[in-house]
Design a protein around this ligand. Structure first.
Ligand SMILES: O=C[C@H](O)COP(=O)(O)O
Length: 334
């Protein structure tokens, strides 16, 4: 019989190398015919999304392996007005050692780390220093996050400053007004300029989907961002009233699939905001596996933006190992 430990080890060995070097999406000219052909059947999308947490589940003996995989895909995030160098340093320590070593030892996993640490620009130098020597990129939210209402030239300068400070990934916010007014050319030009300003840093484009009015707009904006050279498309800032939800995830992953079929380039996906339970992280992994396949199940192509998810995953892993649940304060985030 295959034991849980051997399942986790076979998961590990079959796992793609973290931060695998993929050919970056160079983008393509804006194809308005393609954009205007986009059609979304909202009720079909909602029905399909509703099956993910119910009909689909990960077998119990595989759950720990999937949860470990989820951890490697977390962009461990703090984006609060009261962030300090101290809490960012503690967050970085958590990114280096997201699960207590004794639990990893029990599962036969020598080392584990999160996909990235995500902070505001001011805290990039602190995070870069705290992560020195670890292969964990620092992501900076930029371009007037979260509303994106800053002047355009300031947004470009903000990106450049974050890259100079050592951010390897830049999470930009799009101008929602371009989507709401159907000005796809303006959205394309904006995102292309952001991509140029990012240089070698990878760019995640935050759509703030709750503010885009319709699922069709989400699909169209996803395509435009990829045409403009996005490395990732990301659902939300975490500051909207509704953030990452599965129907939106379905629309965005299908846009990624269409773009890949058309161009051959793989674009990553990052649901972010409101993802707090281990169970919901499994739902997102299942969505990725079903819509995009195993190739997307690694942190080069999948991230979960979350500030509070890790505590619950660690708690579930502890339960898996010991059969007991620890009190939430035993697995503090920072
Ligand atoms: O990009 C990440 C999000 O801002 C995190 O949102 P959260 O605090 O709801 O997990």
């Amino acid at each position: 019989m295959t034991t849980t430990k051997s399942k986790i080890q076979s998961e590990k060995t079959s796992a793609p190398v973290p931060h695998e070097v993929l050919e970056r999406n160079p983008g393509m000219p804006l194809d308005l015919d393609w954009i205007h052909r986009v059609h979304v059947n909202r009720s079909a999308v909602e029905r399909r999304a509703a099956t993910i947490p119910t009909r689909r589940s990960v077998k119990k003996e595989w759950q720990a392996a999937w949860l470990l995989r989820a951890i490697t895909c977390i962009d461990l995030t703090t984006l609060a007005g009261d962030d300090t160098p101290g809490n960012v340093k503690r967050l970085c320590a958590k990114a280096r050692q997201p699960v207590r070593q004794e639990l990893l030892d029990a599962l036969g996993v020598p080392h584990l780390q999160t996909g990235a640490v995500c902070v505001y620009h001011n805290l990039v130098p602190i995070a870069v220093e705290a992560l020195a020597g670890a292969n964990i990129p620092v992501a900076a939210v930029s371009t007037g996050f979260p509303a994106g209402q800053n002047p355009f030239d300031l947004k470009l300068r903000e990106i450049q400053a974050s890259v100079q400070a050592g951010a390897k990934e830049i999470d930009i916010v799009i101008s929602r007004a371009h989507v709401l007014t159907g000005n796809w050319q303006a959205l394309y030009d904006e995102v292309k300029a952001f991509r140029e300003a990012c240089g070698e840093a990878h760019m995640k484009t935050i759509l703030a989907t709750h503010e885009l009015a319709t699922l069709r707009n989400v699909a169209m904006a996803s395509l435009v961002c990829m045409m403009a050279g996005a490395d990732f498309i990301k659902t939300s800032t975490g500051k909207e009233p509704v953030n990452a939800i599965l129907p939106v995830g379905l629309i965005m992953t299908r846009a990624i699939r269409d773009y890949h079929e058309e161009t051959g380039y793989k674009v990553g996906f990052k649901p972010a905001g409101g993802i707090r339970s281990a169970k919901s992280s499994l739902d997102w992994l299942i969505l990725m596996k079903e819509e995009l396949g195993n190739e997307w199940l690694n942190n080069s192509l999948f991230r979960i933006g979350a500030s509070g998810l890790l505590s619950d995953i660690e708690r579930q892993i502890e339960h898996f190992v010991s059969g007991r649940y620890a009190a939430a304060h035993h697995n503090p985030m920072v």
